[in-house]
Write a protein that binds this ligand. Structure first.
Ligand code: AP5
Ligand code: MG
Length: 191
């Protein structure tokens, strides 16, 4: 069983790498951003309450995202483990996540922090925005705002896992295969 927190700024490749890790290791993948976008697509009450946060590139309230993850862990955790993509994004979320996992006798094994220079992040997201249909991908102003939110509210979560000796940083530039190789090396080092 291996639980991986895939971390890093918007556009660093969390979703891309999560998909590959899922295939390689046969573990689950949950992205809180995807869960929120799905709620919005389905027009649920929760989705409607989230629309503005997503459109403006702001973080959704902790209690709502923590509730989503608690539901996910309770319903889906399988014996092999899971990749948590885009969660936790605040220290409060990280603390509550530990408690939720502990209730199920589980824990985070490693946070993998994917580093990419800011201009490359903006370039990647603008490119994806041409056909992603994501409300937060099209305007450079919103994209830069998401990067500010990451720097000011989220980056600190790395310290939480570093303090537990569960932190690894990888270079997120180069081809998708190269980045995957670096993450696979970190995972191999865990065993
Ligand atoms: P979320 O959906 O998590 O978005 P994000 O963190 O902004 O990250 P992205 O999904 O944009 O990028 P990614 O790192 O997954 O990169 P990707 O693989 O797609 O969150 C969206 C919103 O939901 C938040 O702003 C917030 O409002 C809310 N939210 C979510 N979680 C929350 C939480 N925990 N608390 C509160 N609010 C929350 O790659 C990006 C692009 O680059 C793709 O086109 C890809 O093909 C390309 N690419 C990938 N790797 C490479 C490479 N090596 N070389 C070149 N291109 C590459
Ligand atoms: Mg993503």
């Amino acid at each position: 069983m291996i639980n991986i927190v895939l971390f890093g700024a918007p556009g660093c490749g969390k979703g891309t790498q999560a998909q590959r890790l899922k295939e390689r290791y046969g573990i689950d993948h949950v992205s809180t951003g995807e869960v929120i976008r799905d709620e919005i697509r389905r027009g649920t009450e929760l989705g409607r309450s989230m629309e503005e946060y997503i459109r403006e590139g702001k973080l959704a309230p902790d209690e709502i995202v923590i509730g989503m993850i608690e539901h996910y862990v309770t319903e889906h955790m399988n014996a092999r483990g899971c990749i948590f993509d885009g969660f936790p994004r605040t220290t409060v979320q990280a603390e509550e996540f530990d408690k939720i996992l502990a209730k199920h006798g589980l824990q985070v094994d490693i946070m993998v922090d994917i580093h990419v220079p800011e201009e490359e992040l903006v370039r990647r997201i603008l490119l994806r925005g041409k056909d992603s249909g994501r409300a937060d991908d099209t305007s450079e102003e919103v994209i830069r705002g998401r990067l500010d939110v990451y720097r000011m509210q989220t980056a600190v979560v790395a310290d939480y896992y570093a303090a537990q000796g569960k932190y690894a940083s990888v270079n997120g530039t180069g081809t998708m295969e190269e980045v995957f190789g670096r993450i696979a090396d970190v995972i191999a080092g865990l065993k």
